[in-house]
Design a protein around this ligand. Structure first.
Ligand SMILES: Cc1ncc(COP(=O)(O)O)c(C=O)c1O
Length: 383
């Protein structure tokens, strides 16, 4: 590498000792426990394939054969891991899950409200509002609640934004709940945008069941989005898929993305096909074990050092949703932890106004960082 190249890359990192990414760069000097990126990087073989793709000038627009390879990998992932079989003709490439949401919302008439259970993944309402959609927040402080959702489904044709497994709570919905949800949607003529981006990261003891696999009717009422961004830590590839079983909705999608301008890239398709391969899944299984051990460590640390924090261990993903209400802080816990303990988290208020006493803590980091963060928080709270 030339000196200029070395210099170029060294300028990309504020601190050479820290991983690339936004999580650590966001609040310099603080422990990065906010944005959903992982410090464990991605699989070496995926990096090798991406490097080779660059060497072989695979930097064109997305050719059909590569798009098909990625669609097949997506369909295989669902068949083998999640028990839902569908043809690749239902799969559409899209840069990321939020782009998929954007296109999906364009399909439905402007006046249809978007129902979002909260706490929510913080960008969801902003995407809807940027498209002049009415957002109906349905606070669910005790986990997913069908009765609360049913009360909000007043306008026929409403769109429900379902996140399963859930960010930030880590809840994984069981078959009975999904079946009742499908019946509810049928009764109220509701459609669902189902964000399954965290589905690859479910811990032993829980099972991810795709909403669309519940019944043919559920499939017809849903658009499902998935990507390797979280499981394989590849958000920068801008590579995701939407699965659209309903012919009419798919036709509409294709008319909106005719060129297609909002599809994927060759590097993205290679990332997807590699991540969802047997080798990629074996790597993922190892990673889940590391996350699981962090999850247990965090639970033990919270019990020991922050006994007033209310916390339910997540069933999936590396995000912990922690309630600090009983500490009766003068400022939000996210602000407190950043200023007094040097720990950067996502403020609960960003996930819904009712959740100002919460934080979302990302534990996809070293055990030492988890221990440092919790010890720092405990020390600040007793000062
Ligand atoms: C639930 C959920 N949806 C979507 C995203 C963003 O995904 P993408 O980068 O593919 O839009 C995230 C990222 O953290 C997420 O947690």
């Amino acid at each position: 590498m030339s000196n200029r190249t070395d210099e170029f890359f060294s300028r990309l990192r504020a601190d050479q000792a820290l991983p690339h990414g936004r999580k650590w760069a966001e609040q310099q000097g603080a422990i990065g426990a906010g944005i959903a990126e992982s410090d464990f990087g991605t699989a070496t073989f995926i990096k090798e394939r991406l490097a080779r793709a660059v060497q072989e000038d695979l930097l064109s627009y997305l050719p059909d054969n590569l798009a098909e390879l990625a669609s097949e990998a997506c369909s295989e992932l669902y068949r083998t891991r999640f028990g839902w079989t569908f043809p690749t003709s239902w799969v559409r490439a899209t840069p990321d899950v939020l782009s998929a949401l954007h296109i999906a919302l364009e399909i439905f008439p402007q006046h249809t409200p978007v129902i979002i259970p909260s706490p929510w993944y913080s960008p969801f309402p902003g995407v809807c509002e940027s498209m002049n959609r009415e957002v109906v927040s349905v606070p669910m402080p005790n986990g997913f609640d069908l009765e609360l959702l049913a009360d909000s489904l007043r306008v026929p044709g409403s769109i429900v934004l379902l996140c399963n497994p859930h960010n930030p709570t880590g809840e994984v919905l069981d078959r009975e709940t999904l079946t009742q949800l499908a019946e509810l949607a049928e009764r109220h003529d509701a459609y669902l945008f189902v964000d399954e981006i965290h589905a690859p990261l479910v811990y032993a003891g829980s099972t991810h069941i795709p909403f669309a696999s519940i019944s043919p009717e559920a499939a017809q009422r849903s658009i499902t989005a998935i990507s390797p961004s979280k499981g394989w830590n590849l958000p920068g590839l801008k590579a995701a898929h939407a699965i659209i079983p309903n012919d009419q909705l798919r036709g509409h999608w294709d008319r909106l993305d005719r060129h297609p301008v909002r599809s994927g890239s060759p590097l993205g398709a290679i990332g997807i096909a590699s991540a969802y391969s047997d080798e990629g899944l074996a790597w993922l299984d190892e990673l889940i074990l590391r996350f699981d051990s962090n999850r247990k460590l965090l639970t033990a640390q919270l019990n020991e050092s922050l006994p007033l924090a209310q916390y339910r261990e997540p069933q999936a993903t590396y995000l912990a949703w922690i309630n600090f209400a009983d500490y009766e802080l003068d400022v939000s816990p996210a602000e407190f932890l950043l200023q007094r303990a040097g720990v950067a988290t996502v403020p609960g208020g960003a996930c819904g106004t009712q959740f100002a006493h919460h934080i979302r803590f990302n534990f996809a980091t070293s055990p030492e960082n988890i221990e440092r963060a919790i010890a720092g928080a405990a020390a600040a709270l007793t000062r």
